[in-house]
Structures are given as structure tokens and as C-alpha cells.
Design a protein around this ligand. Structure first.
Ligand SMILES: Cc1cc2nc3c(=O)[nH]c(=O)nc-3n(C[C@H](O)[C@H](O)[C@H](O)COP(=O)(O)OP(=O)(O)OC[C@H]3O[C@@H](n4cnc5c(N)ncnc54)[C@H](O)[C@@H]3O)c2cc1C
Length: 497
């Protein structure tokens, strides 16, 4: 076993790789441990769109991270601005004011500089999210929703570029190597090493510090049921099968403080026939995120959420849970020809559960929905549509009147056949509960709020930032910010800087 190291990073997703790069930048000797083999490397980060949310003042800030945007391209787009206060308000609004304000302030201060650092230090390339976060309005592509930039190549491109940077800068990446438990000095409690398991069995790596970035517990059926509640055994896991809560458990075992929304998770509408865990070829395309352009029903033919409550980025992560509450955990997204052409790319893959019909009762029958109730609810909805100036790129106020639940924006009558329906279930993305860290060093706190010597954490397994819900694109951004913070602080501690 190589070593000893200054910094060992447990996990090899976006947060871990940012930690490793930041530790190397300080001159530390660094290893990254990936439980998965090479073919499954990169954690949930691999499955993402690579979309990052960060505050920006306008097109000049966007050009600061995408320098090759041509003048002609800039002429044809509107990126608006998304300032620090807007991002603060979005996080606080969707988390019902529960987000830890110290973590959030650290995230807001460091988000844009970290995106630039990834470009300059790690050599990452960025691009605007043309396909998913822009609608054509008045001849221009108008970006909306605070998350408008993604890594070139999406999540796969993101982690590939980060792994390449790690290799170039001399980080050891050990595949098929699982972190099992932390080794500590019996007197001071300081972390001195890590017990691991690889193809040769169990052994120990000596290290001065450890950064845990091993994801949440979304792929652990027992922990899901224990913490999220009955029924969560049945959900589909959108990403890696390897995020089984190991990192959280190994830190709790030596006295770390648990923190955050342990019964909460990010969960979305996901194709009903998707496999139990993520498929690396399909990536995130089993998701079905265009429901603000249509309606959602359960098997009984009832609507059960306000599809237009907010811009999609601010509702999609909590609607998976609502789907799980429905009979058989199934729901149906329904569209007509007025909006079908605007659906996201994920509706055009062949691995999809879909029906199409020229009539409303025909669609219900094909999907297996109660026909009578479905027809009644569609008629009631159509009659309740107020009309107005329809604009999917903003909250247009084109809502319904007198039905419950309402559709608060983008309420067009379902009236232009053929009608198309997609069957979805609950897909869990990641869990919200985890470890408590000190914001400006990402050092793990013990149950008495004291920083634990040699122990740092970043990514999904940090609790306290997300509660109830989540603004799209914040997971990768938070992982990069706290990963970078953790890696730099761990390296400085290890090197006595
Ligand atoms: C389909 C999908 C789409 C998404 N889209 C977006 C998006 O566009 N934008 C966004 O911001 N967020 C998105 N997310 C959320 C995002 O994936 C997470 O917020 C982020 O990737 C978490 O990064 P992480 O580094 O903490 O965890 P991960 O990337 O999951 O990495 C965890 C790593 O730990 C490893 N590991 C686990 N246990 C051990 C162990 N015992 N020893 C060693 N290694 C271990 C795993 O193998 C993995 O490599 C999406 C998620 C999914 C599933």
C-alpha cells in the first residue's frame, strides 16, 4: 500500500476530486480512494448534467468562465443577472429558511471564484445550458432559473476532466478501494489513518488528514427506510449504487456530530421502468422534468400537486416525494400538442414509458388511469384556465381559478390532440442528512461543536444546507466549494502551514 499521505480523500465524485486538487495545490501528497472500480468511477457526479448554480452579475461574469463565447452568440441570448441576494433568497425559500446561514454564506462567497478556479487550475471547460435552461422569447434565447452553466460533456465530462487534472497534478487514485473506518490517536483523538478494503483484503493507510466525500446514503435501502421512512425501500436510485452512507457512519463512529434534515432527500419524477440504480449510458435522462408544461395525475385520475407553483428548478426536487405518496408510487405526466415540442431532451429517448391517444379517455385507458375521474378532472381544469400572456421562461401568472390544487403558472387548457402521457415514479437523487462541518475550513465538528483534528468533509454527506427541497445546480456547486475548502484546509493542517 502506498503512503504515508498528507491527505487521503474518501470518495471520487466531484466534491472529492475538488478536495484532492485543492490539497495538491497546497503541495500535499494526496490519495483519492474510490470504492467503485474504474468503470464505475465518479459517483453521482458522473450521472449529472454538470449544471452549476452560482451568482453572476451579467454576461461579463459568464464570459469570465466561458471566454470563447463569440459576440454573435452573445447577441442571440439573454442571461440576465443572478446576484448573491437572489441565490440566498432562493436557497432560503425552498429550504423553508432552514439552511445553515454560515454554510450558505460560505457557498455564496466562494461559488463564482470556485468555478473560475476549476477553469484555471483544473482546466475545466464550461458551456451555457442551451437545451435545458433557455426558451426562445422575442427572437432571443432567454436563460432562466439561476442555473445556466454546465461543464462540457455534462457530469461525465465534469468528472473526466477532474480525474485528468488529478492525474496530471500527481494525485494517486486508488480504484476498488473502500474506506472502512478511521484510525485515531487513542489519546488526542486525531485522525492518523484509514482502514481500507481492496482486492488484497483489509489494511491500513497512514495519513495526517482525511477528507470524507463519499456521498450520502441514498443507495442504502436499510438506511433509507430507517431515516426517510416507510416506502422509501421501493424508490429507484438515480445515480451510483455505491453511496451507502459509509462516510457518514465512519465519522459518527468516532464521535462526529450528525446534522441536517435526516428524514429529507432530493427526489424527482423518474421513468417508471428505469432500473433500480443508475445506468451510466442513460445518465440523467430517465428524469422527467417538463411537468410545468403539462399536468400530473395519479392512477385514480386525480391531480395532486401544483405543476406551476414555481420555476421547475425550485419544485422538481420535492415532487418525487409527492409521487411516492400516490397509489403504487406511480404518476402520469400529460401534455398536448401546444407544448410537446418544448419538452426537454429526456422525453425523446427510447427507454421511456409512454402512451399517446387522440382522445382524453383513450389516453387514460392506455395509461391505466381511472377514465371517468381523469376526464372529469381534465374538464374541470380546462374550465378553470384563466388565460393570459403565456411565457414559460418566467412566472407568467397564467393560472387557474377555483380548482384544488391550482396550477399557478403556465396553465394552458389540455385541448390539442394527440395527447401524450408518461409514467413516472420516485427517483431518489441524494439524502440531506449528514455530518456537521465548520463552514470556513470544512472541518468536521464533534457532538460538542469542537473541530475534530485531521477530519474534514464535503459534498452530499454534509448536513445543514438543504432541507425539504433544493434549488437545481446547488449540489455540484456546494460540493466544489466545500471540497476545495476541505482539501486546502486539510493540506495546510498536514503541512503545518
Ligand atoms: C441523475 C442525477 C442528476 C443530477 N444532476 C445534477 C446537476 O445537474 N447539478 C447538480 O448540482 N447536482 C446534480 N445532481 C446531484 C449531484 O450528483 C450531487 O449533488 C453531487 O454529485 C454530489 O457529489 P459528491 O462528490 O458529494 O458525491 P458523489 O459524486 O456521489 O461521489 C461519492 C463517491 O464516494 C464513493 N464512495 C462511497 N462510499 C465509499 C467508501 N466507503 N470508500 C471509498 N469511496 C466511497 C462513491 O463511489 C463515489 O465515487 C444530480 C444527481 C443525479 C443522481
Amino acid at each position: 500500500m502506498p503512503g504515508p499521505y498528507d491527505v487521503v480523500v474518501v470518495g471520487a465524485g466531484n466534491a472529492a476530486l475538488c478536495a484532492a486538487l485543492a490539497a495538491r495545490e497546497q503541495g500535499a501528497k494526496v490519495a483519492v480512494l474510490e470504492k467503485a472500480g474504474f468503470d464505475e468511477r465518479g459517483g453521482n457526479s458522473y450521472y449529472t448534467a454538470g449544471g452549476f448554480r452560482f451568482p453572476y452579475r451579467g454576461i461579463e461574469d459568464i464570459r469570465g468562465v466561458i471566454p470563447d463565447l463569440s459576440d454573435a452568440e452573445v447577441e442571440g441570448i439573454e442571461v440576465g443577472s443572478y446576484d448573491r441576494n437572489a441565490m440566498y433568497d432562493d436557497v432560503m425559500r425552498v429550504t423553508e429558511s432552514q439552511a445553515d446561514s454560515e454554510l450558505l454564506e460560505h457557498l455564496l462567497t466562494n461559488a463564482y471564484p470556485t468555478v473560475q478556479w476549476l477553469k484555471d487550475y483544473a482546466g475545466l471547460h464550461w458551456v451555457l445550458m442551451y437545451g435545458r435552461q433557455a426558451y426562445k422569447v422575442d427572437g432571443k434565447l432567454r436563460f432562466w432559473g439561476g442555473m445556466i452553466t454546465e461543464a462540457v460533456g455534462g457530469g461525465a465530462g465534469l468528472v473526466d476532466q477532474e480525474f485528468t487534472a488529478c492525474e496530471r497534478l500527481g494525485v494517486d487514485v486508488l480504484y476498488g478501494t473502500k474506506g472502512v473506518s478511521l484510525v485515531t490517536d487513542p489519546k488526542s483523538g486525531a485522525v492518523t489513518g484509514l482502514r481500507i478494503k481492496d482486492e488484497n483484503g483489509f489494511s491500513e493507510i497512514e495519513t495526517k488528514t482525511v477528507v470524507i466525500a463519499a456521498g450520502g446514503f441514498e443507495a442504502n435501502m436499510e438506511m433509507r427506510t430507517r431515516y426517510l421512512g416507510a416506502g422509501w425501500e421501493f424508490v429507484k436510485v438515480r445515480g451510483t449504487r455505491h453511496n451507502t452512507g459509509d462516510g457518514i457512519k465512519m465519522a459518527l463512529d468516532i464521535g462526529a456530530q450528525s446534522y441536517g434534515h435526516w428524514s429529507g432527500a432530493h427526489a424527482v419524477a423518474w421513468d417508471y421502468n428505469a432500473p433500480p440504480t443508475g445506468n451510466r449510458r442513460i445518465g440523467d435522462l430517465y428524469q422527467k422534468h417538463s411537468y410545468p408544461l403539462g399536468l400530473i395525475f395519479n392512477m385514480k385520475g386525480e391531480r395532486f400537486v401544483d405543476e406551476g407553483a414555481d420555476l421547475r428548478n425550485y419544485t422538481y426536487a420535492k415532487y418525487g416525494r409527492e409521487i411516492l405518496k400516490q397509489p403504487l408510487g406511480i404518476a402520469f405526466q400529460v401534455f398536448d400538442q401546444q407544448t410537446i415540442g418544448m419538452l426537454r431532451d429526456e422525453y425523446r429517448i427510447k427507454e421511456i414509458t409512454k402512451a399517446e391517444s387522440d382522445t382524453i379517455p383513450g389516453l387514460a385507458a392506455d395509461l391505466g388511469i381511472d377514465v371517468g375521474e381523469f376526464v372529469r378532472q381534465v374538464e374541470a381544469y380546462n374550465a378553470a384556465c384563466k388565460g393570459g400572456d403565456y411565457d414559460p421562461s418566467r412566472l407568467d401568472g397564467v393560472g387557474t381559478e377555483g380548482i384544488d390544487p391550482p396550477k399557478s403558472n403556465w396553465a394552458l387548457p389540455l385541448s390539442k390532440p394527440p395527447y401524450v402521457g408518461f409514467a413516472v415514479t420516485c427517483g431518489i437523487t441524494f439524502t440531506f442528512g449528514g455530518l456537521r462541518i465548520k463552514a470556513n475550513t470544512a472541518q468536521v465538528l464533534d457532538t460538542e461543536d469542537v473541530p475534530m483534528p485531521g477530519l474534514y468533509a464535503a459534498g452530499e454527506l454534509v448536513g445543514g444546507l438543504f432541507w425539504h427541497n433544493y434549488p437545481g445546480g446547488t449540489g455540484l456547486m456546494a460540493g466544489s466549494v466545500f471540497g476545495r475548502t476541505a482539501g486546502a484546509a486539510a493540506a495546510k493542517a498536514a503541512l503545518g502551514k
